[in-house]
Ligand binder design. Structure first.
Ligand code: NAI
Ligand code: MG
Length: 502
């Protein structure tokens, strides 16, 4: 295996030995196994285009094996019937192991996804640890209710029971963190799981699988299947033995998942899908903060975030000033290999994604939007990777694909607004409803905007903050169901009502 790293960078020996062990396998029923038909696929380093590892490609028969393993584990009760406190204590142990292995996991994540090591090490990893601990604490606090009914001789109560076998299908932008966003509540509630990482970024989930084994979760409680949407993801969604699928990814695939869930066993689904989030700067905002915030809202993770503040609305009186500040900020962003110290953003995750985003930029230029910063693939020592400069478009037409479609790259569509009515109408003129941001020092205006915008999360004088306690998810075509908070936990349980004749 050839690995080009920036000068002076040494990988940890544990990272090296993980990468050098040959084909990565599937975790089924507590064993690492090859795919039954022996197929594999490569995963690449998007900073260099070099292959990092060959990974087993799970087919339908492997999905079937994993579902059976998860089903037997569920029925054996060695997980679902443990006390919540006992489940919580294993989740807590896993969080400690993640902390111990944070350097190594961060390196794998940066190699596979491209994002800066500083971000994976000090952002994704600590967040994942916090999530595990939040749900470790909640595992023993899943309560039903007693229900007063109209019959005086009946006592009625509810139990919140696990769904059973749940499929967790995740994307490539926060590979480890999103695995934990879903695993932690699913496991806390007593479900058994099949995790499918994205085909672009399977490595951190596989290393996580080893740590899960080390903690001593019963066999079959967590199964990990690598492979693409077709056949692997689709086979999980259509399997009659899966009780629920939790998915994060594109709206298009979310639609497929709902349809296939309906056509199989009406399994439950929760969908965290795309976004085209409005971010609004009023003239009375703390402008330096708003400019920095708006910049980071769309360019962090090279724009590959579902919540990216990719439609920026600026109130007319400060439009020129904000735009100028924004362009200056964008030019200060250092793009580079995630292992280079002090860079801010890495490459796009794949060649596919790079060309998709470049396509939007070309189309934007042709459609009459003006480019005021970026828009170029980066060359020189970055030419082999999928690097793009932060790109700012201004426009006067909300119907452009640039303004309506999720680009998932470092591209922001900026326009001016004149008044409140216009702003609210335009901010909501989207099929998505994941998130929104608003910058103003007028507290009334801020809350009024938060009420008027149709989105699942609103940030006032900030952007992109997450916490395991704060529910997160979409309105409209950004999906339904919530990640995080007690709401996520509820989505991995179902209510049983018990009538007791007195
Ligand atoms: P995708 O939605 O195709 O992939 C996400 C996950 O779904 C991956 O694990 C994939 O293997 C799986 N998958 C794909 N097809 C499936 C199917 N038919 N049944 C079950 N699972 C399936 O996203 P992709 O192709 O990686 O990116 C394309 C666009 O999707 C991006 O440009 C972006 O706009 C959007 N996207 C949005 C995300 C978000 O968090 N909102 C995350 C990833 C992508
Ligand atoms: Mg895809």
């Amino acid at each position: 295996m050839k690995l080009s790293l920036p000068e002076d960078v040494q990988l940890l020996s544990t990272t090296r030995s993980f990468l050098e062990r040959g084909t990565q396998k599937l975790l089924i029923a507590g064993e690492w196994v090859e795919a039954l038909d022996g197929l594999t696929f490569p995963t690449y380093n998007p900073a260099t285009g070099e292959p990092l590892a060959e990974v087993a490609l799970a087919g339908e028969a492997d999905v079937d094996r994993a579902v059976q393993a998860a089903r037997s584990a569920f029925e054996a009760g060695s997980w679902s019937r443990l006390s919540g406190e006992e489940r919580g204590s294993l989740l807590w142990k896993l969080s400690d192991l993640l902390e111990d292995h944070a350097d190594e996991l961060a390196e794998l994540e940066t190699l596979d996804n491209g994002k800066p090591l500083r971000v994976t090490r000090h952002g994704d990893l600590p967040q994942a640890v916090k999530h595990l601990r939040y749900y470790a604490g909640l595992a023993g606090k899943i309560e039903g209710k007693t229900i007063p009914v109209s019959f005086s001789n009946q006592f009625v109560y509810t139990l919140r029971e696990p769904m059973g076998v749940v499929g967790l299908i995740i994307p490539w932008n926060f590979p480890l963190l999103m695995a934990i966003w879903k695993l932690a509540p699913a496991l806390a509630a007593g479900n058994t799981t099949i995790l499918k990482p994205a085909e672009e970024t399977p490595l951190s989930a596989l290393r996580l699988g080893e740590l899960i084994q080390q903690v001593g979760f019963p066999e079959g409680v967590v199964n990990i299947l690598t492979g693409p949407g077709l056949p692997t993801g689709a086979a999980i969604v259509s399997h009659m033995g899966v009780d629920k699928v939790a998915f994060t990814g594109s709206t298009e695939v979310g639609r497929q998942i709902m349809k296939n869930a309906a056509l199989s066993n009406l399994k439950r689904v929760s969908l965290e899908l795309g976004g085209k989030s409005p971010n609004v700067i009023f003239a009375d905002a703390d402008l330096p903060k708003a400019i920095k915030g708006a910049n980071w809202a769309v360019f962090s993770t090279a724009g590959q975030e579902c919540v990216a503040g990719s439609r920026l609305f600026i109130e007319r009186p400060v439009y020129d000033q904000v735009l100028e500040g924004l362009a200056a900020e964008a030019q200060r962003i250092r793009v580079g290999n995630g292992f280079t110290p002090k860079i801010h953003i890495g490459p796009l995750v794949s060649e596919n994604q790079l060309h998709r985003v470049l396509g939007y930029i070309e189309n934007g230029k042709k459609s009459g939007a003006q480019i005021i910063a970026g828009g170029e693939r980066l060359g020189d020592d970055l030419a082999a990777g999928y690097f793009l400069s932060p790109t700012i478009f201004t426009h006067q037409d909300d119907n452009l694909p640039l303004v309506q479609e999720e680009i998932f790259g470092p591209v922001v569509a900026v326009s001016a607004f004149e008044d409140w009515q216009e702003l609210v109408g335009r901010a909501n003129q989207t099929s998505y409803g994941l998130a929104a941001g608003v910058w103003t020092l007028d507290i009334r205006k801020a809350h009024r905007f938060a009420q008027a915008v149709r989105a699942g999360t609103v940030w006032i004088n900030g952007y992109g903050l997450f916490d395991p306690a704060a529910p997160f998810g979409g309105y409209k075509e950004s999906g339904f169901g919530r990640e995080m908070g007690q709401e996520a936990l509820e989505l991995y349980t179902q209510t049983k009502t018990v009538w007791v004749g007195l």
